[in-house]
Ligand binder design. Structure first.
Ligand SMILES: Nc1ncnc2c1ncn2[C@@H]1O[C@H](COP(=O)(O)OP(=O)(O)OP(=O)(O)O)[C@@H](O)[C@H]1O
Ligand SMILES: [Mg+2]
Length: 1023
């Protein structure tokens, strides 16, 4: 806190001791001498013009002030701009910055500093930067056309400017609106000693390229132009030529087209050239004085530039058309009247051009409708003026300043004190000078000076400035703030400073004597209709657009509002605008009259501090409270600072506020509870609250972030978990499905085996004799043999008695049935045919079939399936070789096939062993093979049971149940038939054989000759 430590004097006058004018001045002077030009009175900033560039501005300082609160750093205009901007951005309150002070006190500079600060701290981006540029670049253009050198200020604003900068909800500038007030247009044609015309004329002449000057038909020398004061053409420290370039580029940045810039310069040149139009006396035949233009070349050039016939222009300048009910009467103007008309035209052209420029800038920077805006208004209006000869212009300027002072009084002094009373806050009244009565004197609708002036202007009959003054003298003879020679005389006062044509008003800033001469004319602000009509006829597009009333279609007999009335209404609008916003005051003070650095004139500053009411301001501020707010908005803003009120508070607003401030343990002296508002005495406390709120907001933001992140992670985790459960459920399901499929396939396989076994006949276990599928003709009487053998050895019944045949039957039957029923595990080899048995079996079969056995007598030990296969192959090859048809042979064939099938039934065991890894994939094939073999077996067994009779004439044969057996069935049929025939032949006796042979021989002889018997033999043939 630098408020007290190491500061020069006191930085806030609220801390001033003793509180009196002398110490206040001394403090300001002390600080000024130490180049501390800014001082506070609470939140009001006092700025003393340093008249030198101090190293306290620029990006570095902007960065410094944007990060600190109002009282944390030395008083600065940036601190005030920062408070206003933050309040606008964060609290959504429209702001206005009221910059007041005398001419030359530094208002315009202050407004530029505020704008540059706001432009630097507000949002960034291409669009935003272009808006900022346009807003900032409006300054040089308006200063060129609206500022001039006066004896008080080398860059004096000769118009009032109020600029509304509009921001979006984020605090980025969107655009703005500029309102201008009453340009001092009289300056166009006349300037006081030591003053200049508007800067643009000098800038144009000094800075324009030769080509441009030629095009504008201008000379470079200022002394060539009557409207430019020939004595003062240059201003120290002002480079007109480079300023002209800056104006041109600023216009381009704002959005003026090249054509528009050219036209603006043409109109400016026209004004200069109009001043050079010399008028001379001319006498009409009737002796009435008239006027004419002396320099024909000048008016010719003007006509060319305007796009007008020079004669027409001359006529409009030197005569006046009066409209009566019946006709138009043209009156010639004398030289004075013509000069007045010329100057009126020049002033009107220039002031309308200025308005056009302001409107054109507004067009560029305007914000689209519909967008919600926050507004910061910056008011830089001409300062209070007390000249030696004060005219109508000073009167309206001072009236405006009076109104601004009223705003200040109303909003800081009066309103504040009234509010304390309203709210029931203990309060000792502080006296202050209220200027309401002065404002009333000027602006009262019926009895104000402006109303009287308007009345005089509109009144029929002889009207002059003198009649106007007489009216004022009559009306305000007893008014405490009005004086004139007449009222002084009435009170027997002698004042040699008061002229006969003057009146004096005791303004808040001092007494100002106004000369009434010219009041009526200036208030009427009349431009002869002839001139406006001729301007409208001009082919110059910009010039023509400046005089819309010249259009005969729009001509109206209605009088336009007077200058005073217009100004009053625009000031009323301005006041309304200011009252609707949160005010921020910058009180500018001029330290000396000579625009000299380091000079501090106590007298001059004392006058200013007195009329600015700084001392009263300090008193009210000291006694009062720096900040107040309704309970509800206060609670809304700060309730997050207390656990009782955050996040929910169900009690009343005031109780809530008490809870919040109670928990923050603020000093009771710092606070006062009104009826509807809480009052906070020092800004420090408010900033403390704001700081606490900022920290708390950070905490809450962290909490929200934390909660959000937690929620996000939890949700994500839940989602992942759900997905994981879903995936594993699907995976497990899939696994189970696969497993089930495997089990099902396996059980089908087992079922198939079991069913196959069942079809073949159910085995009663290892010790039971095979049943069912073992055909009776195959095991005719082996049961007892088998039992014997089984009792001896399960693994390999030895060959030998009861005969090879029985042994074969027993062995094969035993082995096949055991394998098929599964009671013998072939893989384990607990039942196998030893090589000897196999050889014997093969030999036996081969003998049965009547062929030699090809199987070697000493066989290696084979697995049962291979043994059976070998056996089968041996037997089958013998059978094929011999093919001895006999019933036992056929039985053997069936046996062979049976064995073959049996070997296949055994095969799965082998296959499982050899092709375990492929078993699953081969299950379908195995099953298909199994089914195929089953139906083959069924077909063959069924055929055995349904064999037709052995009669050779019986050619019937059971049909094959499936097409695939058709060929095999035919083969079998042939085999059976041959077998039957063989059996039949075997049964025949020799005689029967002989008979049949003869018959056969006869039938061969008579073959195909039976039909010819009746022709050859007449006798009937009897066989
Ligand atoms: N803060 C400042 N730093 C440096 N010079 C300043 C500062 N303020 C004002 N000046 C100087 O004072 C001169 C007058 O200031 P400025 O034009 O702002 O006065 P003003 O109050 O606008 O006067 P007017 O009412 O005539 O327009 C400026 O041209 C500038 O030279
Ligand atoms: Mg200014």
């Amino acid at each position: 806190m630098t408020l007290l430590e190491g500061s020069v004097g006191v930085e806030d006058l609220v801390l001033l001791e003793p509180l009196e004018q002398g110490s206040l001045l001394k403090n300001l002077q002390q600080r000024y001498e130490h180049k501390e030009i800014y001082t506070y009175i609470g939140n009001v900033l006092i700025s003393v013009n340093p008249y030198q560039q101090l190293p306290i501005y620029g990006p570095e300082f902007i960065a410094k002030y944007r990060d600190y609160t109002f009282y944390e750093l030395q008083p600065h205009i940036y601190a005030l701009a920062n408070v206003a901007y933050q309040s606008l951005r964060d609290r959504d309150r429209d702001q206005c910055i009221l910059i007041t002070g005398e001419s030359g006190a530094g208002k315009t500079e202050a407004s530029k500093l505020v704008m540059s600060y706001v432009a630097a701290v507000c949002g960034k981006g291409e669009q935003v930067n272009s808006v900022k540029e346009q807003l900032l670049q409006s300054n040089p253009v308006l200063e060129a056309f609206g500022n001039a050198k006066t004896i008080r200020n080398n860059n004096s604003s000769r118009f009032g400017k109020y600029m509304d900068i509009e921001f979006d909800f984020k605090g980025s500038p969107l655009g703005g609106v500029i309102t201008n007030y009453l340009l001092e247009k009289s300056r166009v044609v006349k300037q006081l000693e030591g003053e200049r015309n508007f800067h643009i004329f000098y800038q144009l002449l000094a800075g324009a390229e030769a080509d441009l000057l030629k095009a504008l038909k201008l000379e470079r020398e200022t002394r060539c132009y009557v409207y430019l004061n020939r004595k003062v053409s240059r201003v120290d420290g002002m480079d007109d030529a480079s300023n002209f370039k800056a104006v041109q580029s600023a216009m381009a940045v704002i959005g003026f087209s090249e054509e528009e810039i050219q036209q603006v310069l043409e109109v400016t040149a026209l004004v200069l050239k109009l001043g050079n139009v010399e008028l001379a006396d001319e006498f009409q035949a009737n002796g009435v004085s008239a006027s004419g233009i002396r320099d024909g070349r000048g008016i010719q050039e003007i006509g060319e530039m305007m796009g007008l016939n020079s004669e027409e222009l001359e006529k409009a300048l030197c005569s006046r058309t009066m409209k009566t009910a019946k006709e138009n009467v043209v009156t010639a103007l004398n030289v004075v009247q013509a000069q007045y008309a010329r100057d009126a035209l020049a002033k009107n052209i220039y002031s309308r051009l200025f308005n056009w420029i302001v409107n054109r800038i507004n067009e560029s920077i305007k914000v689209g409708t519909g967008e919600k805006k926050k507004v910061m208004g910056v008011l830089d209006i001409y300062g209070f003026e007390i000249l030696e000869d004060n005219s109508f212009e000073q009167f309206v300027i001072n009236y405006c300043n009076e109104k601004l002072q009223q705003v200040f009084i109303e909003m800081t002094l009066k309103e504040e004190q009234e509010e304390y009373e309203r709210e029931g806050i203990p309060w000792t009244k502080v006296d202050y000078s209220d200027n309401g009565v002065i404002c009333n004197l000027i602006e009262h609708n019926q009895r104000g000076i402006l109303a009287m002036l308007d009345e005089e202007c509109l009144r029929p009959g002889v009207v002059s400035d003198t009649t106007f003054l007489a009216k004022l003298n009559h009306l305000f003879s007893k008014h405490t703030h009005y004086e004139s020679k007449v009222t002084q005389n009435a009170q027997r006062q002698y004042d040699h400073t008061m002229g006969l044509s003057s009146f004096r008003i005791c303004h808040y800033a001092g007494k100002v004597t106004y000369n009434v001469n010219g009041f009526i004319d200036k208030n009427n602000d009349l431009l002869f209709r002839d001139l406006s009509q001729v301007m409208w006829k001009a082919r110059h597009p910009l010039l023509q657009s400046l005089f819309p009333e010249g259009d005969p279609k729009q001509a109206s007999l209605k009088r336009p509002p007077t200058a005073g009335a217009q100004f009053k209404s625009s000031v009323a609008i301005l006041m309304k605008n200011l009252y609707s916003k949160n005010p921020n005051y910058i009180r500018c003070i001029k330290p000396n009259e000579h625009q000299q650095r380091g000079q501090f004139s106590s007298e001059l500053v004392a006058i200013q501090t007195r009329y600015l009411g700084l001392l009263e301001n300090v008193r009210v501020r000291r006694a009062g409270y720096a900040y107040r707010q309704g309970y509800r908005p206060f609670l809304e803003r700060y309730r997050l600072l207390s656990r009782s009120t955050w996040p929910r508070w169900n009690g009343g607003d005031r109780e809530g506020v008490e809870k919040v401030v109670g928990e923050l343990s603020l000093s009771s002296e710092e606070l006062a509870f009104g009826k509807t508002k809480i009052f906070i005495r020092s800004p420090k406390t408010l900033f403390h609250l704001e700081e606490r709120r900022r920290l708390r907001l950070q905490q809450l933001a962290t909490l929200i972030q934390k909660t959000y992140r937690g929620w996000r992670c939890r949700t994500h985790y839940r989602l992942m978990r759900k997905s994981q459960i879903l995936i594993s459920a699907w995976f497990r399901g899939n696994m189970q499905k696969k497993r089930y499929g495997k089990i099902k396939a396996s059980s089908l396989l087992i079922q198939a085996f079991v069913r196959g076994w069942k079809v073949m006949g159910k085995g009663g276990g290892a010790s039971s004799p095979p049943m069912g599928p073992c055909p009776t003709w195959f095991l005719p009487d082996c049961a007892s043999c088998w039992e014997e053998r089984a009792a001896e050895s399960e693994s390999c019944p030895p060959p030998g008695p009861p005969g090879v045949r029985g042994h074969v039957h027993v062995c094969v039957g035993f082995w096949v049935c055991r394998c098929v029923s599964g009671s013998v595990d072939a893989r384990r080899g607990d039942v196998c045919l030893c090589p000897g048995c196999v050889s014997d079996l093969a030999t036996e079969f081969c003998l049965l079939l009547g062929g030699p056995c090809s199987l070697p007598t000493r066989l290696p030990l084979l697995s049962p399936s291979r043994t059976v296969s070998a056996l089968y192959l041996t037997v089958f090859s013998v059978w094929v070789r011999n093919r001895t048809p006999s019933r036992s042979g056929f039985g053997l064939l069936c046996l062979t096939v049976y064995l073959y099938v049996g070997s296949f039934l055994v095969c799965p065991c082998q296959a499982r062993k050899d092709y375990r890894k492929y078993f699953r994939s081969g299950a379908a094939l195995t099953l298909a093979n199994f089914i195929y073999k089953s139906i083959t077996r069924k077909f063959l067994l069924g055929l055995k049971d349904n064999l037709p009779s052995t009669n050779i004439l019986d050619k019937t044969w059971p049909a094959a149940p499936y097409k695939c057996f058709h060929t095999a069935n035919q083969e079998l049929r042939q085999l059976f038939y041959r077998w039957k025939c063989k059996k039949f032949r075997d049964r025949l006796s020799l005689k029967q054989v002989e008979n049949l042979r003869e018959k056969l021989c006869a039938s061969e002889l008579f073959k195909d000759k039976k039909a010819s018997y009746p022709q050859r033999l007449r006798l009937e043939f009897f066989s």
